[in-house]
Ligand binder design. Structure first.
Ligand code: FRU
Length: 488
């Protein structure tokens, strides 16, 4: 990064970034009175992680964000770690004089005086003016347990059938469920996770929601998402796993054997994601956003003005498969409003070793492509940003894997694990190869098979997109269709 020019011209055009300084997890995702709120872990005075505050922005379309003043700042109970926000419709908390308002539920992080180990407890705050100003509850913290060091990231939901609030919160190698009538008094209900799924790192940022399977044709299931800090020896680093099962307001029961591991995203850079609460029934979408980074290098990505970006907001659905229901992700439909078509191509043969190249300038591009790999060993799209600088999204037909290659994508020297080509298996049923790709100034997101396999990666090119090139290796392939858009 050239410090004299600052980093502002490198800002993603579609992806949320903080006005300045450090950002990590999305927090307090809630929809209220026509606005989507996005709070986030924020160090307002430094490009590095430090005393955490909640930054704040609002949007009416999930694309254009208005930055608002810091919502929550550290106090005598500690700094403000991750958490959620809910609309207390019926004033169960008593904060709103019989009306409704927003309640944030979050972790406060402090140090134990003797050992200097973390002391993490849950607190609440309320807002009567749609999130513009917040009052911390005088009875904070509302939930503590000094027997666990990592006790954080509460997600509270109103459980209709049980008619009470449920909180899921991470507690070391598991999550715990608590229930409450009023968001103030919490009673332990159960725990889940010891020996289940991936334990490659600390469990953080749980989320819990119910979704119809195949639009309701195959019933409904509960999803429990948990971010996993990552195995120090595994180059894949941090990621977000999910469990599918049932939840009765008290206990989560996993549908799968405990050694099944399901990942939300098979790219390197999607962590600590969460979903919006209180989306109106007539909309009904389950909307997700993640912090676009890997813990392996979160503190050393090129930055002079701001550090940290979110994924595109995505809609989550559950699709029935032979192995059971699986999460499908798609960018929210609102993104389509930004499309300016660059061109459309169909039924083109890609000769082995040759390239089909087109101009495609723009800070943010969307490509919708369908290939038939035929005899090719590899097919792919190169997104060129400067001579010799490109990011490749491709398919290795011999291994049946989708890959992103960011080896020559621009700045990669800030961490040894950053320059890489990495891959994930594509369901054989998806081998007609439908790719939906978003390339912004510092990221690439690939939704394959309509979003059944997703890969999200950061990139740091020296400039905006300039060209696309389609190629085939080791045999001919067919490009059934390609539509390219500039997103403006
Ligand atoms: C995840 C996380 C959370 C914590 C927050 C602190 O990235 O470690 O578990 O609440 O970040 O900033």
């Amino acid at each position: 990064m050239n410090p004299s020019s600052g980093q502002d011209d490198q800002r993603p055009r579609l992806h949320f970034t903080p006005p300045g300084n450090w950002m990590n997890d999305p927090n307090g995702l809630v929809f209220c009175e026509g606005e989507y709120h996005l709070f986030y872990q924020h160090h307002p005075f430094d490009l590095q992680w430090g005393p955490m505050h909640w930054g704040h922005a609002v949007s009416r379309d999930l694309i254009h964000w208005e930055h608002l003043p810091i919502a929550l700042a550290p106090d005598e109970h500690g700094t403000i770690f991750s958490g959620c926000a809910v609309v207390d419709e019926n004033d169960t908390s008593g904060f709103f004089g019989g009306g409704k308002g927003l309640v944030a539920v979050f972790t406060q992080h402090a140090e134990r005086p003797q050992t200097r180990e973390p002391l993490q407890r849950q607190s609440i705050a309320y807002s009567k003016d749609n999130g513009r100003t917040w009052t911390k509850y005088a009875g904070n913290p509302v939930l503590g347990d000094e027997s666990v060091l990592d006790f954080r990231d509460p997600k509270a939901i109103w459980h209709e059938a049980a008619a009470k609030w449920v909180m899921v919160v991470s507690a070391g190698d598991r999550v715990r469920f608590y229930t409450s009538p009023d968001l103030k008094e919490w009673t332990f209900a159960s725990d889940f996770g010891a020996g289940e799924g991936s334990h490659a790192g600390v469990w953080e940022c749980p989320d819990l929601f119910e979704l119809p399977v195949d639009g309701g044709a195959a019933g409904r299931k509960w999803v429990l998402m948990v971010s996993v800090g990552g195995d120090p020896d595994d180059p894949a680093g941090s990621g977000t796993q999910y469990f599918v099962g049932s939840f009765d307001g008290t206990a989560f029961v996993n549908d799968h054997p405990s050694d099944t591991v399901l990942w939300m995203d098979r790219g390197r850079d999607n962590y600590a994601g969460a979903t919006w609460s209180n989306i109106p029934r007539e909309d009904g979408r389950r909307l997700f956003i993640g912090w676009m980074v890997n813990l392996k290098y979160a503190g050393v990505t090129p930055a002079t003005v701001w550090r940290g970006a979110m994924t595109l907001p995505r809609e989550l659905t559950l699709a029935d498969t032979a192995e059971g229901p699986r999460i499908v992700q798609q960018p929210v439909a609102e993104v389509e409003r930004l499309r300016e078509e660059i061109g459309r191509w169909s039924d083109t043969v890609l000769r082995s070793g040759a390239e089909w190249t087109g101009d495609a300038s723009g800070n943010a591009l969307e490509a919708v492509a369908e290939f038939e790999p035929d005899t090719a060993a590899e097919v792919g799209i190169r997104f060129g940003t400067a001579p010799g600088e490109e990011t490749i999204v491709g398919y290795d037909a011999r291994r049946g894997e989708l890959f992103i290659d960011r080896t020559c994508s621009g700045r990669t020297d800030f961490h040894e694990l950053f320059p890489c080509r990495h891959a994930a298996p594509l369901d054989p049923a998806e081998r007609r190869l439908r790719l939906w790709i978003f390339v912004d100034r510092s990221s690439v997101e690939v939704f394959a098979g309509d979003g059944r396999l997703v890969m999200t990666d950061l990139i740091f090119p020296s400039g905006p997109n300039r060209s696309v090139a389609l190629y085939s290796l080791g045999g001919d392939a067919k490009l059934s269709s390609l539509t390219l858009y500039r997103l403006a």
